[in-house]
Every structure is written in C-alpha cells, then in structure tokens.
Design a protein around this ligand. Structure first.
Ligand code: NDP
Ligand SMILES: O=C1O[C@H](COP(=O)(O)O)[C@@H](O)[C@H](O)[C@H]1O
Length: 485
C-alpha cells in the first residue's frame, strides 16, 4: 500500500530548545523522516534556538549526532542527512534576555513568503516570555503558528494563566497545543472507524455498549525522569491529557464535519458531561522494588513521596448516549507490558438459542494503539468441526502492519503533528478550553487525594497494578482485559 504524501508550502520552523532532549529525540528525527518522503520543500529551513552559544556548524554537528542516535538504521542515508543538515541554521537566544532576537528576525525576513512556525520545546516557564518577545519584536506575524506541549499547566489556575499569556500575543487559531497521542495512527483511525462506517455508530451507545476500558500501560519506570515525574504523577502526566483525549474521541458525538472546531466542540462536550470523580471510583498505586530494579521511591529519591505511578478510574459520562455505561481507565509505570488500547465491550444478545458457553465474553472492538497498531473485532462463531453447535470467540483482525507490508512504516505521531502545524490544520491539537475543562475535572480529585493524606497502594513491577484496581470493574461484574503485548 502506498500512502499519499500531501505537499506543503515551504516553511521556516524555529525550534526554541533545539539543543534539548525532545528536539533531539523526536522533533528533528520526525522532520528528517518527513523530508525523506518529500514533505520538506526546497527553501524550507529549520532554525534552532537555544541559550548555548554555538555556530551553525557546531549545531549541525549535534543534529547529525541526534539523527545517528534516534533515526532507525534503515533510514540513515548519507545524502539525505547532508540535504537535511543544509536546511539547518542556529541562533543563540536567551529567552529571557535581549540578545539574538534581531538575528532571528533578520534570518526570517530573508524568506518572507515562508510559513513561520515557532516550536517551544522549552520549560513551560519560558512559554510566556518567548511568546511576548516574538510578538514585541514583530517576528511573529498574524499568520505565524506557535506550538507548545505538555505540561500545559499543573492545575486549572495555572492552565488558565498559561492560556491567557499565550492569547495576549497569539490568536487561538495560531496556537497548536500538542498531545502526541492525537498524532498516533490508530487514534486517528478511531475516528475513521466510527464515522466512516455505518456498522458501528448505531451500536455506539449505552443500549448496546456494556463497558469501555482504556488502558495505557508502560513497562518502564520513572528512573531518569524522577524530578519531573514526582511533581506530576500519573493523573497529571497521562490522564488529564492523553487518556482524556482517548476518552473524548471514543465517546464524542459525530461532529458535523471533520474540521478543527467541529471536532473540538464535540470533545469539549464530553469533558463537560463527565460526572465528578468520587474517591471510591479511583485507585492509586506506586510500584515496589523488584526484578533487580528499585522502587518508585528509590527512582524519585523521595522516601516520603505520595505521588502515584498508577491510576485506575471508573468514569461516568452523564449524557443520553452514555448514561449507564462505565468507562474504566488505567495507566501506570512498571506494568506487565507496554500496551495502549481502547476496548469497547458490547452487551450480550438479549436471548441465546445456542448452548451457554461460560467463556464467551461478548463482542468487543479493540482499538490497539501500541504495539501492533490495529483494530480487532471479537466475534462469536461456531467452533469449527463436528463437535456440535458450540460457540467460540475469534478475533477479526485489522492489524495495520499487515496492510502496510513488512517494510511498511507508520509515521510517528510527531511527524503527523508537525506537518499539520505547517498545513495550518488544528484538528489534532487541543483547544485552550478543552485543556481547562480537563483540569477542572481533574483538580478536585487531585485535591481530595492530597487532603486525604493517604498513600498510594504498592504494586509489584510486572503486575497489572494494585490489587484494588480489580474492585473498580469487579463491583460492576466486569473484568479487566489482560495486559498483554
Ligand atoms: N523530553 C521529552 O520527551 C518531552 C518533553 N516535553 C516538554 O518539552 C519541553 C522541553 O523538554 P526537554 O527537551 O526534555 O528539555 P531539556 O532540558 O532537554 O532542554 C531544554 C532546552 O531549553 C533550552 N533553554 C533553557 N533555558 C533557556 C533560555 N533561557 N532561553 C533559551 N533556551 C533555553 C535549552 O538550551 P541550552 O541547552 O542551550 O541551555 C535546551 O535546548 C519541556 O516543557 C518538557 O516538559 C514534553 C513531552 C516529552
Ligand atoms: O507524555 C508522556 O507519554 C509517555 C508515553 O508515551 P508513549 O507514546 O510512549 O505511549 C510517558 O512515558 C510519559 O511519562 C509521559 O510524559
């Protein structure tokens, strides 16, 4: 299968924080891969900006090293790397000082017709000062785009402040808030499956859906990121943003069209329809030491930490479509496997004419984000052979890798999202009101946990989380799906 590459207009992408980890691991390799497929037209430039004083040649050397480390071997093509490096420039700018802005303005003015985008790959405290400088110096034009990424606030108040700061200088239509889960191929496919097929939508409601499970399990711990993570925890790090987006796309009404505001309006309605979370509908966990590795407390270097590395939730959406259908969410570090999926479990038929088989779990649509991106429909059929009319459940598999063939590559989330910035398409980016509404929902439970003074439940590395997470589903007579890669 050959995927279509949509041409883009020549662009200048200025990466603030270009010497940092995100730039090296994700942004630059993604741009390189897009260049390989012809999405970096001649005349486009990538302008690194960071505090470090270095020449263009020195910066290019760091980019070459980053590509060497973070681009798959099969894509390491010397000629292409040279071509990519030729498009790279650098300006030393301290975001909080005066130096460097003039040089950046001069460079950008060399190509006034290029699309201008500014990627703020820096600490959130620098978002407002950089946005202000870009506006005050006239570097940002009314058509320019600004890209920011999580953490978009620590709570509702800080998210509102951040939005207000950005909106002082940029219109909402210029602000691209990245949630990299929205760039994942299967997440976009969730919309295709729901809204391009007549098959599912009539069943997509509480009359037919028994329960929905959203799992984002990771096998890694927080070692190396402890300083950030311990101030955040799984609720802020994963639930308020990535999992909320998955929940919204699963539960939203069909938008009237596939345009940014139509989609984001529907997502916002889901967040606003969420019932307030009760503490009894939540489970927090912290991983123990095991398998030769330290515990969460060791990894964050804080023996008194009450930050959660696991969250399980039972969520209710108070609207006509979903009233009565529980949505179970769980995410955590150091679990059995790295698995992200959404599982929509349908109700059993109202009457069965076949011999009862206890192992039948019911139809389910499993949307697998990673690994093995794809969609599976679990259906009941007759157990093949002469054994009589016994039923068995089999997967109807729509794994994307199979469709793409053995050498097929799905674009990385950042590739898709950065190109959408250049194309000026905000559909897969969070609008400011969505971010605030998600914090408004998350804040009370974060406060309740904090005020309770209780500690998260310990769980073993390699497990499915703390034992109490089974009570969330068990009390409704449901079972979590196994976490298996
Ligand atoms: N790393 C990741 O995987 C992810 C990161 N993020 C977010 O992205 C942002 C960047 O993260 P990350 O790359 O890991 O951070 P790093 O600490 O690795 O890099 C920070 C970058 O900011 C630059 N910088 C720091 N202070 C200034 C300043 N005063 N003026 C100009 N530039 C400055 C640094 O430049 P210099 O080296 O010259 O000082 C460096 O390029 C953060 O907000 C983070 O939360 C979000 C998701 C994932
Ligand atoms: O944003 C984050 O996401 C990663 C998980 O992303 P994935 O694409 O690998 O599923 C998570 O590890 C990290 O803690 C969080 O900040």
């Amino acid at each position: 299968m050959v995927s279509t590459v949509i041409p883009v207009h020549p662009f200048d992408l200025v990466i603030f924080g270009a010497t940092g980890d995100l730039s090296h691991r994700k942004i630059l390799p993604s741009l390189y891969r897009r260049m390989l497929v012809g999405q970096m037209p001649a005349g486009s430039r990538l302008i690194g900006a960071a505090r470090s004083k270095m020449t263009r040649a020195e910066f290019r050397k760091t980019v070459r090293e980053a590509l060497g480390e973070f681009v798959e071997a099969k894509h390491q093509k010397p000629e292409a790397i040279e071509e990519f490096l030729n498009a790279i420039d650098y300006v030393a700018i301290d975001a909080t000082g005066d130096a460097g802005w003039g040089a950046l303005a001069k460079k950008l003015d060399e190509k006034p017709d290029n699309i201008r985008a500014f990627y703020l790959s820096v600490a959130p405290a620098l978002f407002a000062p950089i946005a202000a400088r870009l506006a005050q110096t006239g570097i940002a034009t009314p058509e320019s785009r600004i890209v920011v990424e999580k953490p978009l606030g620590h709570d509702l108040a800080s998210a509102k402040t951040l939005n207000a700061e950005l909106r002082k200088h940029f219109h909402e239509s210029q602000i691209y808030r990245i949630d990299h889960y929205l760039g994942k191929e299967t997440v976009q496919n969730l919309m295709a499956i729901r809204f391009a097929n007549a098959l599912f939508e009539p069943l997509w409601n509480s009359h037919y859906v028994e329960q929905v499970q959203i799992t984002v399990a990771e096998s890694i711990g927080v070692a190396g990121r402890g300083a950030y993570y311990d101030k955040s925890g799984a609720m802020r790090d994963m639930v308020q943003n990535h999992m909320m987006q998955l929940l919204c796309l699963t539960a939203m009404e069909p938008p009237s069209k596939f345009d940014p505001d139509a989609v984001r309006d529907e997502k916002l309605k889901v967040i606003r329809a969420l019932d307030p979370l009760k503490v009894s509908d939540t489970v927090r966990g912290q991983y123990r030491a095991g398998g030769g590795d330290g515990s969460y407390l060791d990894h964050v270097g804080n023996p008194a930490s009450r930050t959660e590395s696991f969250v399980g939730l039972r969520v209710h959406i108070a609207n006509w479509r979903w009233s009565g259908t529980p949505f179970y969410l769980r995410t955590g570090k150091k679990l059995t496997a790295r698995v992200s999926e959404i599982c929509v479990v349908f109700k059993h038929p109202p009457h069965t004419i076949f011999p009862q088989v206890d192992t039948l779990r019911g139809n389910a649509l499993i949307i697998r984000l990673q690994p093995n991106e794809g969609i599976t429909l679990r259906v009941a059929i007759k157990d093949p052979g002469p054994g009589g009319m016994r039923l068995v459940e089999v997967p109807l598999d729509m794994t994307f890798a199979g469709t793409l063939g053995p050498d097929g590559d799905l674009p990385e989330a950042y590739e898709r999202l950065i190109m959408d910035v250049i194309r000026g398409n905000q559909t897969l980016f969070m609008r400011g009101d969505e971010v605030e509404a998600a914090w408004e929902w998350a804040d009370p439970i974060l406060t309740a946990w904090e005020e309770s003074g209780s500690r998260p439940m310990p769980y073993d590395p390699g497990s499915a989380g703390p034992i109490d997470v089974y009570k969330l589903t068990g009390s409704d007579g449901h079972l979590w799906r196994e976490i298996a890669a």
